[in-house]
Design a protein around this ligand. Sequence first.
Ligand code: BG6
Length: 480
Amino acid sequence: IPVDPFDLVIFGATGDLARRKILPGLYRRMCAGQMPQNARIIGAARSKLTDKGFRDMVREALETFIGKDALDKDVTKTFLGQLHYQHVDASGEEGWADLRTRLDEQPDHIRAFYLSVAPFLFGEIAGRLSSTGIATSTSRIVVEKPLGHDLASAQALNAQLSQCFDESQVYRIDHYLGKETVQNLMAVRFANALFEPLWNARHVDHIQITVSESLGVGGRGAYYDKSGAMRDMVQNHLMQLLCLTAMEPPAQYSADYVRDEKLKVIRSLEPVKPADTVRGQYRATATEPDYCTDAENPDSTTESYVALKVHVANWRWNGTPFYLRTGKKLRGRMSEIAVVFKEPPHSLFPTLPSHATNSLIIRLQPDEGITLRMTIKEPGPGGMRLVDVPLDMSFADALGPQSEGMPDAYERLIMDVIRGDQTLFMRGDEVEAAWAWTDPIIAEWAERARKPQPYDAGGSGPEDALALLHRDGRRWREIS
Ligand code: BG6
């Protein structure tokens, strides 16, 4: 379904994110027939490019990130024709009046401004959009992490944005919320009567949330070394996964109903005990360099891995720990949420495998899908021998070709901006609450000044992370 005609201004349109994700995403939406013919994408950046120069750059980006052979000639031509470029000096006067003239040519179009620039420019650009009258009361502004590096800076950023835009106009992207399976988590929970009665501390033993990456920080060391896994992944992506897993059913599937429930989860989080936190940093192996080499900082004590044991202190979850872990340069790329249920209350079968508890595994990537692990009788005449088997649903198998056309997170989120749907975007108070919970953990690490525990690049994480579960009589699911 095509969206209404829009003008999308991408600040930082010549940068990496725009070339890698935003512009290819928009191209794919055009292939899917969702872009209106008169929509305009206006690149805005400091370089002095012409429309033609910008189109050439975008063509190259599409060829690189989608693949030359995969591009449809006609769609590419139309797409490039809808691109324009405006040189703008984010912190000076140049270009703003021209941008306004261009936008005023189409007064009926929805106006959206995507700030794909360094965060220190967010406030300044928002201010100019507002003071020049370019942004109207129906315009939308899109920003992306890092949304501050602690509570105070997040509050300052929110204050800057709120001087120029109403909260209903601000779209804070967490691209994890745009992932297909993350939304499916809500469908699984709230569109099936099966799971919700069991989704609580009475029936759930614990929950594991894993975002494991096989890549290191190569190329992004300068940014990453100042943030580390806690700020880069836990405060946002893992926090969002935790919220969607733990939240109460919202009364409606709409932006503020969902975000109110997520906020309640964050506010229910207990402060994490120091002993329930693990920091790690990958070390070299025969084939892989260490973190410090990748980050080009020989003395770095930044963590590339975090594991936490987290308690959601409310009626539903009291007594059920949530174990979170994320790291770079691990054995595999695997993101999943595993809900591990308690054992049956009475054992009829002495042959029950000791680890045979039901678990529901929601795989975000790769091979998106859902698995329910169950115990059944092993077929054959050997008596009541029990085995643990997966009841597996891969989206690719279940939905066939339909799953291939699934929009990626950015595509979906950009279209939601145009539609004016904030459900999959973070509200300012959520971001602040997440920092308020994260800050003391980071402060305690800094106070102790303990180095992160080394783990082998390509391994499964530091020893202490294994111990975090072992001491509770549990174990992590294998990273594969
Ligand atoms: C980004 C982080 O937000 O998410 C990166 O800054 C991380 O460090 C990336 O690699 C992971 O996203 P995905 O979609 O590849 O799991």
